[in-house]
Design a protein around this ligand. Structure first.
Ligand code: ZN
Length: 198
């Protein structure tokens, strides 16, 4: 049996069927992106790790998606990965920070993230529309002097403070500007992305 067919055999195992059902029930048998109920639903893996069985991933990394959203998602992830390949270590750290910043903004749980990278912190401040100093204030410098522990809760507090102090409008203006700008260049941008993905 080739390793490829062994891989697909895993998807017939009861452990996967059980996990798949759990994710579909969580999604109330709807696509978690577009809300569609009448299209074929798939359970999508947000990432893969070598040697890990399909059901061994945390439920938070699995998504119930309709066929169309699944295809779009896969294409987008491929495009993102191919762009990431062009970045150097510093830029990757900034992107990493940006991703964590987006998660901080949308999640509720308390968590801490340790980093030695200033670029990582710049990424967080960009994603959360904070000043770089806000992120420094939300961090604790470890004894080694190089490592910072960034508190998710403190970042959320900093966001709330900024919003209270009237910078809410700035964020809205930024997002509206971004949407407008993207709208104008949408087809051009899509064409570029699909060229890379394809
Ligand atoms: Zn969908």
């Amino acid at each position: 049996m080739s390793s490829n067919s062994e891989f697909w055999e895993l998807y017939k195992r009861p452990e996967w069927q059980e996990k798949r059902l759990e994710i579909m029930q969580r999604a109330d048998f709807k696509c978690e992106e577009c809300g569609s109920k009448d299209k074929t639903l798939h359970v999508h893996h947000g990432y893969y790790e070598r040697g890990k069985k399909p059901w061994e991933y945390p439920s938070s990394s699995l998504r119930c998606l309709c066929e169309r959203c699944h295809e779009e998602y896969t294409c987008l992830m491929l495009s993102i990965r191919s762009w990431l390949a062009d970045l150097n270590f510093l830029d990757l750290n900034r992107v990493h920070g940006y991703l964590i910043g987006m998660i901080i903004c949308s999640c509720k749980f308390a968590h801490e993230y340790e980093t030695q990278s200033r670029e990582f912190m710049v990424g967080i401040s960009d994603a959360c529309h904070l000043e770089h100093n806000d992120v420094l204030f939300a961090s604790q410098q470890r004894e080694d002097g190089d490592t910072f522990a960034i508190s998710f809760e403190k970042i959320r507090e900093a966001i709330a403070t900024r919003q209270k102090n009237g910078s809410e409008g700035r964020r809205e203006a930024y997002e509206a500007g971004l949407r407008e700008g993207l709208g104008a260049h949408r087809s051009e941008l899509d064409a570029k992305l699909y060229m890379v993905a394809g």
